[in-house]
Design a protein around this ligand. Sequence first.
Ligand code: DGL
Length: 265
Amino acid sequence: MSTPPTILVFDSGLGGLTVLREVVAARPGAHYVYVADDAFFPYGHHDEAEIIARVVPLMGELIGTHDPDLVVIACNTASTLVLSHLRAAYSLPFVGTVPAIKPACVSSKTRRVSVLGTRGTVKREYTRKLISDFAQGCEVTLVGSGELASLAEAALSGASVRDEDIAAELAPCFVGDGAHDPARTDTVVLACTHYPLLLDRLRRLAPWPVDWIDPAPAIARRVSDLLGPAGSESDQAGAEMIFTSKRPHALTEALTPFFGGRVPA
Ligand code: DGL
């Protein structure tokens, strides 16, 4: 039996669990370390220099402690900024999470696409470049949400979150004159890993049906390709959940499905 690879999945909070879930499904035999940098959450409220100064050394410590074979930065707000710094500083593979603008623009029929992310992500040069390279004539509306990541954290932690608060963050994504406008927005990119946690409610609260683009399955395929064939690893695999605030996690039941049924230590 071969030693399972260790995959470290990193986010500012619980949003990266939506990426973890897909990676675990693709590589159930790996060992997982999920790190939520909740001591610095939300990343969307920090400026670029602060995020780089936070994530690059923190990643060095995490690599030193956990010796991962691969790191997934399951956060758009961080990936659109720090990936190049991480790759320059550390020699293991990093897989990032960036707004899925290209597939959204390929599949949109009305040629109107919205990108829903944190205020940080929609401001990034990286995101603007994705639009100039891949919009292919689509009109792309950038929507920076100040609160949706925190609302998703609250909902996953069992707090009640009001529909009106979610709907207010969502409304600017919907461009067009409603039901009879053949050119209204038909595709929304979920450019923050927290948002798929609310997907059922986003669907219900949307003023009209759209395609919601979540990059997590593509990230899982990329991870699997980089690791190579799985072999027979499954017996020793486990899972750990770390909060940088050092708070003990009291969410075992809510978290277990994201770890493929494993209870994270
Ligand atoms: N989950 C993060 C993302 O994908 C952001 C949430 C935050 O603001 O910390 O962008």
